[in-house]
Design a binder for this molecule. Structure first.
Ligand SMILES: Nc1ncnc2c1ncn2[C@@H]1O[C@H](COP(=O)(O)OP(=O)(O)O)[C@@H](O)[C@H]1O
Ligand SMILES: O=C(O)C1=C[C@@H](OP(=O)(O)O)[C@@H](O)[C@H](O)C1
Ligand SMILES: [Mg+2]
Length: 188
C-alpha cells in the first residue's frame, strides 16, 4: 500500500471533512473530500443526486470519485460515511493508503449533523426512519465494515478536530518510521 495517502472513514458527523483539512495542513499535503468531488462532477448537491438518480446513482458516482482520488499521492481524503458499503471500495481503500476510522456515538454525531448547515444538501435520509434512529442503525450495521478497513481508530467524541489531527499524525508517523503495525486506537 502507498502510505502517502491517508483515507478517513467513519459515520456521518464523525468529523472526516473537518479533521481532514487540518491533518493535510500539518502534513503539507493536499486535501480532497470525495463528497465535494461527486458534487462538482455532477453539478448537483448530494440531495439532488439522490432525488434524480436514487442512492444507487450516488453510490456509482462515489465509487468513481474514490477511484480517481486514490490515484493521487500526498493527500488526505475524506470519504463519505457509506464509502465502505461496497466491497470494491473497501478493497480500493485498503490497498491505497493508511486508513483511519473516526468514531463517534450516534448521539454526538446527530447533534453535530443537526447543527451543521451542510446537512440539508449533503446528508439526505437513507431510510424511512431518518433522524437519530436511522443514525444508530447505520453506525451499528456499518461498524464491521469500518473495522475491516481501518489501520488506526480515532475517537472524535470528546476530542477537538485539532486533537484528532494530532493523534492521527502521530499514528501515521509511527507507522512510517517503523513500517510495522500502527497503534490500533486513540481517544483522539
Ligand atoms: N471534533 C469535533 N468536535 C466538535 N464538532 C465537530 C468535530 N468534528 C466535526 N465537528 C462538526 O460536526 C459537523 C460534521 O462534521 P464533518 O466534518 O462534516 O463530518 P463528516 O464529514 O464525518 O460527516 C460539522 O459542523 C463540524 O464542524
Ligand atoms: O452515510 C452515508 O451514507 C453518507 C454520508 C455523507 O457523507 P458524510 O459522512 O461526510 O456526512 C454523504 O456521502 C452521503 O450523504 C451519504
Ligand atoms: Mg464529510
Amino acid at each position: 500500500m502507498s502510505a502517502t495517502l491517508i483515507l478517513l472513514v467513519g459515520p456521518r458527523g464523525s468529523g472526516k471533512s473537518t479533521v481532514g483539512p487540518e491533518l493535510a495542513r500539518r502534513l503539507g499535503w493536499a486535501f480532497a473530500d470525495a463528497d465535494e468531488l461527486v458534487e462538482s462532477t455532477a453539478g448537483m448537491s448530494i440531495a439532488a443526486i439522490f432525488a434524480a438518480e436514487g442512492e444507487a446513482g450516488f453510490r456509482d458516482r462515489e465509487a468513481a470519485a474514490l477511484e480517481s482520488l486514490c490515484a493521487l499521492p500526498n493527500r488526505v481524503v475524506a470519504t463519505g460515511g457509506g464509502a465502505v458499503l461496497r466491497e470494491s471500495n473497501r478493497a480500493l481503500l485498503k490497498r491505497s493508503g493508511f486508513v483511519v476510522w473516526l468514531t463517534v456515538t450516534p448521539e454526538v454525531a446527530f447533534e453535530r449533523m443537526t447543527a451543521d448547515p451542510t446537512t440539508a444538501a449533503r446528508r439526505p435520509n437513507l431510510t424511512a426512519a431518518g433522524g437519530l434512529g436511522e443514525l444508530r442503525e447505520l453506525i451499528a450495521s456499518r461498524e464491521p465494515l469500518y473495522r475491516a478497513v481501518a489501520d488506526f481508530t480515532c475517537d472524535t467524541g470528546g476530542a477537538s478536530p485539532d486533537a484528532a489531527a494530532a493523534a492521527i499524525l502521530t499514528a501515521w508517523t509511527n507507522f512510517r518510521s517503523t513500517s510495522g503495525p500502527a497503534p490500533r486506537s486513540s481517544s483522539g
